[in-house]
Design a protein around this ligand. Structure first.
Ligand SMILES: Cc1cc2nc3c(=O)[nH]c(=O)nc-3n(C[C@H](O)[C@H](O)[C@H](O)COP(=O)(O)OP(=O)(O)OC[C@H]3O[C@@H](n4cnc5c(N)ncnc54)[C@H](O)[C@@H]3O)c2cc1C
Length: 432
C-alpha cells in the first residue's frame, strides 16, 4: 500500500490505512470500533494536523448532498464536498456563499474546522457560514449541533481541528448569487498601505495585497469588486463603478494583462481579471479549479493579528524582511471579520492576516517562522491552524481564552482522545 502524504508532500502520514465509508452507518460502525481515527479532507494542510496514529477516514465516499432551503437561505452539504463543486451548484440555483478561500479545491469540512478564510473587511472566515453540523463522535453516535439551538457547544464545535468527531454534513448560510469584477494593480507604494491601510482594504468586497518583502512597493493588489446581482448563466451582472478600473490608483498601475500572484507562475492558472464581470465563485478564489493552485511546490504559514495593529505588524515584519525574503515565494495580506467561534483565529477581533508562501525547504523555513513569531508575539498573533507554525502550546493557551472550554467539549465527545494526534494533543490536551 502506497504511503499517504498531504497535498504539498511535506507530510507523510503515520498510517497507510485510509477508510472511505459509503454510508454514515458504515462510518458509525468504523468509528465505534476504532482505536485511534481521524478525518482527512483533501489534505491541503501543511502540518501534520490531519495525521492519525491509527487510521484515517475520508468522508468523500458518503452520498453527495447539496440540499438548498430557499426559505431559510441555507444549503446542507456533505462534509467531503469541495468548494468548487458546491459553488457551481449553488450558482446554478441563483445562490452564493458569502466568501471563498483562494482555492476551490479544498473540502468544506476540512476548511471550516481549521478556520480557513478569504479576504474582505466584512467577510468572516468560511466557518462563520456554518449554521449547523452533524458529526459522528467517539462512541459512533450522531451528534447534531446548530446555531439556532444555541448552547455553547456549537461555537466550540465548528472550528474544532478534527478533534471532536468526524463531520458528515454542514448547513451553510447563503446569499443571492452576485457578480464580481477583479482588478489587479501593480506596485502600490508602500506608504499608501501604511498611511491608508483601512482605505486600501475597504476598496473592494475582497482585497489582497501581495508583497515579497524585498522591495518597499506592494507587488500586486487584487481588488474584487461587487458587480451587482449575478444572473446565473449570464456573464454580465449589470452595473459597476467604472472608477474601479482607473489606470492608476493610489500610485499603483492597473495591470495590462492577467497576473499570477507567485512570480514566474502562469496567469492562466488564475481566475479572470481585467475587470471582466463574472459569477462570485469564478472570481473570489484566486485560482481556477482545473489547475494546481499557488505554485504547487511550497510550504505555507499565516498569522492573524487584530486589525488595529496592522501598522505595528507591518513594521515588525519589515524589521526581519531580510530573513523572510530569501525563503519566500510570495506573501499575501488580507482582512477577515471577527467571529465568535472559540478556536477561530478571528475570535472576537476584526483581523488582518499575514500569509507566507515559502520555498519547499522546511529546514530553511523553520528559523524564519521562529523569527516571525518572536516579532509578532507582542501583537498576540494567532497562527493559521492548517499551516506551519511553531508557537508553543503554552503561548497558544494565552491566545485562545476559550481553550479550556474546548477541552471540556473534547472530554465530553471524545473522552479517550480517539480523534487526537500528537500535534493536536499538544495544542489542546485531551483532558481538561
Ligand atoms: C494552495 C493552498 C492555498 C490555500 N489557501 C488558503 C486560503 O486562501 N485561506 C486559508 O485560510 N487557508 C488556505 N489554505 C489552507 C487550507 O484551506 C486548510 O489547510 C484547509 O484545512 C484544507 O482543507 P482540507 O479539506 O484539505 O483539510 P485537510 O488538510 O485534509 O484536514 C485539515 C483538518 O481538517 C480535519 N477534517 C477534515 N475533514 C474533516 C471531517 N469531515 N470532520 C472532521 N474533521 C475533518 C482534519 O482532521 C484536519 O485536522 C490553502 C492551502 C493550500 C494548499
Amino acid at each position: 500500500m502506497a504511503r499517504l502524504t498531504n497535498w504539498a508532500g511535506n507530510v507523510t502520514f503515520s498510517t497507510r490505512l485510509l477508510h472511505r465509508p459509503a454510508s454514515v452507518a458504515e462510518l458509525q460502525r468504523l468509528v465505534a470500533g476504532a482505536g485511534r481515527v481521524r478525518a482527512l479532507g483533501t489534505g491541503h494542510s501543511f502540518s501534520a494536523i490531519a495525521d492519525s496514529p491509527g487510521a484515517l477516514v475520508s468522508v468523500d465516499g458518503l452520498p453527495r448532498v447539496t440540499r438548498i432551503d430557499p426559505g431559510r437561505a441555507t444549503v446542507t452539504v456533505s462534509a467531503g464536498l469541495q468548494y468548487g463543486e458546491l459553488a457551481g451548484r449553488l450558482d446554478q440555483a441563483g445562490w452564493a456563499l458569502r466568501n471563498l478561500g483562494s482555492l476551490p479545491h479544498i473540502s468544506v469540512a476540512g476548511a471550516c474546522v481549521t478556520g480557513t478564510h478569504g479576504s474582505g473587511d466584512a467577510n468572516g472566515s468560511l466557518a462563520t457560514a456554518v449554521s449547523a453540523l452533524e458529526m459522528v463522535t467517539a462512541g459512533g453516535d450522531i451528534v447534531k449541533l446548530s446555531r439556532q439551538a444555541g448552547g455553547a457547544a456549537f461555537a466550540g464545535a465548528v472550528v474544532a481541528l478534527g478533534a471532536l468527531g468526524i463531520v458528515t454534513s454542514l448547513t451553510l448560510d447563503l446569499v443571492p448569487a452576485f457578480g464580481i469584477r477583479q482588478y489587479v494593480y501593480e506596485r502600490l507604494p508602500r506608504d499608501q498601505l501604511d498611511e491608508h491601510f483601512a482605505d486600501v482594504f475597504a476598496s473592494g468586497y475582497s482585497v489582497s495585497c501581495f508583497t515579497d518583502w524585498r522591495s518597499r512597493a506592494i507587488r500586486q493588489v487584487w481588488r474584487k469588486c461587487l458587480a451587482g446581482q449575478h444572473d446565473p448563466g449570464q456573464h454580465d451582472p449589470g452595473q459597476h463603478d467604472p472608477g474601479q478600473r482607473a489606470p492608476a490608483w493610489r500610485g499603483a498601475e492597473l495591470a495590462t494583462g492577467p497576473r499570477h500572484p507567485v512570480p514566474g507562475m502562469p496567469a492562466a492558472h488564475c481566475t479572470e481579471q481585467l475587470g471582466v464581470p463574472g459569477p462570485w465563485h469564478l472570481r473570489l478564489p484566486h485560482f481556477r479549479p482545473e489547475f494546481i493552485p499557488s505554485s504547487g511546490d511550497e510550504l505555507q504559514s499565516e498569522y492573524l493579528v487584530a486589525r488595529e495593529r496592522a501598522a505595528e505588524a507591518l513594521a515588525a515584519l519589515d524589521r526581519i524582511s531580510g530573513c523572510i525574503a530569501p525563503v519566500l515565494q510570495i506573501s499575501e495580506i488580507r482582512t477577515v471579520a471577527a467571529d465568535d467561534l472559540w478556536l477561530s483565529p478571528c475570535y472576537r477581533r476584526p483581523s488582518v492576516a499575514f500569509h507566507f508562501t515559502w520555498v519547499k525547504d522546511p529546514g530553511a523555513v523553520a528559523p524564519v517562522l521562529a523569527a516571525i513569531e518572536d516579532e509578532l508575539a507582542p501583537l498576540r498573533a494567532r497562527p493559521h491552524w492548517g499551516k506551519l507554525f511553531s508557537v508553543s502550546p503554552a503561548a497558544l493557551a494565552g491566545l485562545y481564552e476559550r481553550l479550556a472550554g474546548f477541552q471540556r467539549l473534547r472530554a465530553e465527545y471524545d473522552p479517550a482522545g480517539k480523534f487526537g494526534n500528537d500535534l493536536v494533543d499538544s495544542w489542546v490536551p485531551a483532558s481538561g
